[in-house]
Design a protein around this ligand. Structure first.
Ligand SMILES: N=c1c2ncn([C@@H]3O[C@H](COP(=O)(O)OP(=O)(O)OP(=O)(O)O)[C@@H](O)[C@H]3O)c2ncn1[C@@H]1O[C@H](COP(=O)(O)O)[C@@H](O)[C@H]1O
Length: 104
């Protein structure tokens, strides 16, 4: 678990059940999957807006928010990062167009 995202996920999971007054993650998880999904969507939209306005520094910070909220959403849904890493790894070496065709 050396990857920064694996470490962040471990922190997120460890916050489950913690005091929501102290931990933002605990608060989000206690509010349920739909709330976590909504927050992820909001942060994604904020990234879109920053990118469209060519605000590179904001794209960086909003992207960090997106990744954090995506991992909170995984924790809320019972998805493990390794499942996503393995899915990405299984696509290595294939072209994006090949991947697109396999989904039809
Ligand atoms: N990486 C993050 C991280 N990125 C973004 N955020 C929070 O996500 C929120 C998103 O921004 P918004 O502008 O939507 O915030 P908001 O208006 O306060 O949010 P809402 O009231 O709508 O929920 C902010 O409150 C940020 O602080 C994060 N909160 C926590 N972490 C990591 O999670 C760890 C555990 O945090 P706690 O659970 O708070 O202890 C931290 O040490 C960090 O490593």
């Amino acid at each position: 678990m050396s990857h920064v995202l694996d470490k962040l996920f471990a922190t997120i999971v460890a916050r489950r059940g913690a005091d929501p007054k102290i931990s933002y993650t605990a608060k989000l998880l206690a509010e349920g999957v739909e709330r976590c999904a909504k927050k992820f969507g909001e942060e994604a939209v904020e990234t879109v807006i920053a990118a469209s306005a060519d605000k590179k520094a904001e794209v960086v910070t909003e992207s960090a928010d997106v990744l954090y909220h995506l991992m909170v959403l995984w924790a809320a849904c019972g998805v493990e990062p390794d499942q996503v890493w393995q899915t990405l790894a299984s696509r290595e070496g294939r072209s994006g167009l090949e991947e697109k065709a396999s989904r039809k």
